[in-house]
Design a protein around this ligand. Structure first.
Ligand SMILES: *Cc1c(COP(=O)(O)O)cnc(C)c1O
Length: 347
């Protein structure tokens, strides 16, 4: 059982889809062939439909969320990028950006608190705002509403959102930001090596105006190929195929949104009545990653592994006093019950 917050459990149908991919011959087709390009087109169609992405947004594929961090600094900012974060992934994004452009502005806030709009900086030079919707390292999140008010506050900038550990799990209001990205090994329950990026018309225009064309993954190259349902380089065809097949079978995002929120409520209830564990103390708890604090060092992650249950360790200074579990759609009720039983026995 794998509760690690990514890569996490795969959807069971992946096994059949892997076989189908082999049988269908799609894996040996050229990425400019009609066979590939029509599969890519269908996959993108389904993304719009199943994730409720506005149809005027452009969807492109790349290899990882980390690659998206680099594409965004290379292709979408000329002035200053503002990085608003409360944990390790937001910080890493800032560092990757800073390695390429030294004009980053850092705004970190405590994860215990909801981000307050009034405290954010006002520089006119900010042309890109970087947000981590779900901070996987500590299990906190930004709401759709808050992301929307940040977009309003910085209305001449682009707002980019890392939704790696929430896209495909909860409802995201894509209208409320310009660039969204995720990789598929978290809420999509698929093998790693593929990332999805969705761009608003405003982002596409900015990308064209900036016209960055220096890198193999520059936005203009991604875009010029995407309009032809192609990709710049031979992509992860297997990954795109598996995503396509899963999306076909997937229910609407509202279904998973409700399911995960109910499960999260039940986790909170479980932790509230527990003498050994408590939920992370924060006013902005995530719907897709549970961070659990425990009173004494119990080496829970190791003990769980002996029982065949994979958990995520805590991050940074919380490494010893917390552990993390995924609340992703591929996990089933039976597995969650087993984990709760294991935790009950420990306490
Ligand atoms: C997992 C994760 C990443 C990194 O994803 P890769 O696909 O490994 O690059 C980035 N941001 C967040 C919030 C994540 O959870």
């Amino acid at each position: 059982m794998n509760f690690y917050p990514g890569p996490s459990k795969l959807f069971p149908s992946v096994e059949q889809h892997l076989q189908d991919a082999y049988q269908s011959g799609i894996l040996s087709r050229n990425h400019r062939s009609a066979a590939f390009s029509s599969m890519l087109e269908k996959c993108i169609e389904l993304l719009y439909q199943k994730l409720v992405i506005p149809t005027d947004y452009t969807i492109v594929f790349c290899s990882s969320a980390t690659e998206c961090w680099e594409i965004i600094v290379q292709s979408f900012t000329q002035e200053q990028s503002l990085h608003i974060y409360n944990g390790a992934f937001g910080k890493k994004w800032k560092e990757y950006t800073h390695n390429i452009s030294d004009k980053t502005i850092d705004f970190s806030f405590p994860f215990q608190e909801k981000l307050s709009l009034n405290s954010l900086p006002n520089q006119n030079s900010i042309d890109l705002v970087c947000l981590t919707q779900n901070e996987t390292s500590n299990g906190t999140q930004l709401s759709n509403e808050l992301i929307g008010s940040i977009q309003q506050k910085y209305d001449s900038s682009l707002v980019a959102v890392d939704a790696t550990s929430s896209m495909g799990g909860i409802y995201l209001d894509f209208e409320k930001a310009d660039i969204w990205f995720s990789s598929v090994q978290k809420c999509f329950g698929l093998p790693s090596g593929l990332a999805i990026m969705a761009l608003s018309p405003k982002a596409v225009q900015r990308g064209k105006d900036i016209g960055d064309n220096l890198y193999y993954n520059s936005f203009t190259k991604l875009y010029n190929n995407a309009v032809k349902h192609q990709t710049t380089y031979t992509p992860n065809i297997l990954g795109i195929y598996l995503l396509y097949r899963q999306l076909e079978e997937r229910k609407e995002i509202q279904y998973y949104d409700q399911l995960l929120k109910e499960r999260m409520e039940s986790w909170k209830e479980f932790l509230k009545n527990n003498s050994t564990f408590s939920p992370l103390e924060s006013n902005a708890l995530s719907d897709t990653v549970v961070t659990i604090q425990y009173k004494q060092s119990l080496s829970i992650v190791e003990q769980a592994e002996q029982e065949g249950i994979i958990l995520g360790k805590g991050y940074g200074e919380w490494k010893e006093s917390t552990f993390r579990i995924a609340n992703f759609p591929a996990l089933n009720t039976e597995e969650i019950k087993t984990l709760k039983l294991f935790l009950t026995k420990l306490s």
